[in-house]
Write a protein that binds this ligand. Structure first.
Ligand code: SAH
Length: 252
């Protein structure tokens, strides 16, 4: 299959976009981030607007909305793209047209996420406090729009290969992991975030059916910690077990 360079040589029809701000996120790296924003409601982020967009006037009235659309750039994705992609939802085997998916590998690398707006700070510039997002730390944001439930929530809409939320696995914690959580001021919200993230089974699709699946150990970075976990089976039910939670030794 051909893959294409981006931007194309048709530069005369190209647009220049300037990020209005950047995300600072509970997710220091991509591994483990749920595939859509609502899946981990405990995930926190701030969006700090950059000059000249950081004038408090730009967000006047926004606090009356509980949810926002963010358009952003998948800045950690390659600029090269292919017409067909393999949605992880389909086990990484079936191919769909890039425009029939929410793939991060796409022309223009534009992302679109619906997030909860918790609070707006306008003391020094503008900082929006967000929850339930799916954005890696440092993501450049291009625009913010208030979400209009009456116009945009269509629960009866046909949803192709993703007709329902993905399955969610039970998550258990070792005594060591629980003790680590108890020592932290953000212990409760971190426990909830870990639960929501691991329930989504962040393992690569090709690991899931591997022979040695229960022997492998994994680590996911959330906030400032490394969460060490492995798949387990209790009474034949697949689960995720958190072995330990340790403060990360190096920046992500
Ligand atoms: N809701 C968005 C994103 C869907 S894909 C949309 O539909 O456009 C979600 C995945 O994007 C996450 O699992 C995460 O791994 C990845 N991601 C988040 N921020 C990213 C970034 N800045 N660059 C590349 N990938 C990113």
């Amino acid at each position: 299959m051909t893959d294409y360079d981006f931007p194309s040589s048709e530069a005369s029809t190209a647009f220049t976009l300037t990020p209005i701000g950047r995300i600072s996120s509970d997710y220091p790296d991509k591994f483990g981030i749920p595939r859509q924003p609502g899946l981990a409601s405990a995930a926190r982020a701030t969006l700090t607007l950059a000059p000249p967009f950081d004038d408090p006037l730009t967000v006047r009235g926004l606090d009356a909305f509980s949810h926002l659309w963010l358009t952003f750039i998948f800045h950690q994705s390659p600029t090269r793209w292919t017409p067909l992609v393999r949605p992880p939802r389909l086990g990484g085997n079936a191919k769909h047209g890039v425009f029939a998916t929410r793939s991060t590998h796409r022309p223009n690398r534009l992302g679109l996420s619906l997030v909860e707006l918790v609070k707006i700070e306008t003391h020094h510039g503008v900082t929006l406090h967000l929850r339930g997002h799916d954005l890696v730390d440092g993501t450049p944001v291009l625009d913010i729009k208030p979400y209009l439930a009456w116009a945009e929530a269509l629960p009866e809409a046909r949803s192709g290969f993703a007709p329902a939320p993905p399955p969610s696995l039970p998550v258990t914690f070792s005594a060591t992991a629980e003790a680590a959580l108890l020592r932290r001021r953000d212990g409760d919200s971190l426990r909830e975030l870990i639960r929501q993230v691991l329930a989504q089974d962040p393992r690569p699709a090709y690991h899931k059916n591997a022979q040695n699946t229960f022997e492998r150990r994994y680590g996911v970075r959330l906030r400032d910690v490394d969460v060490r976990f492995h798949p387990s089976a209790s009474n034949g039910i697949e689960a995720m077990h958190v072995e330990d939670i340790v403060v990360a030794s190096s920046p992500a």
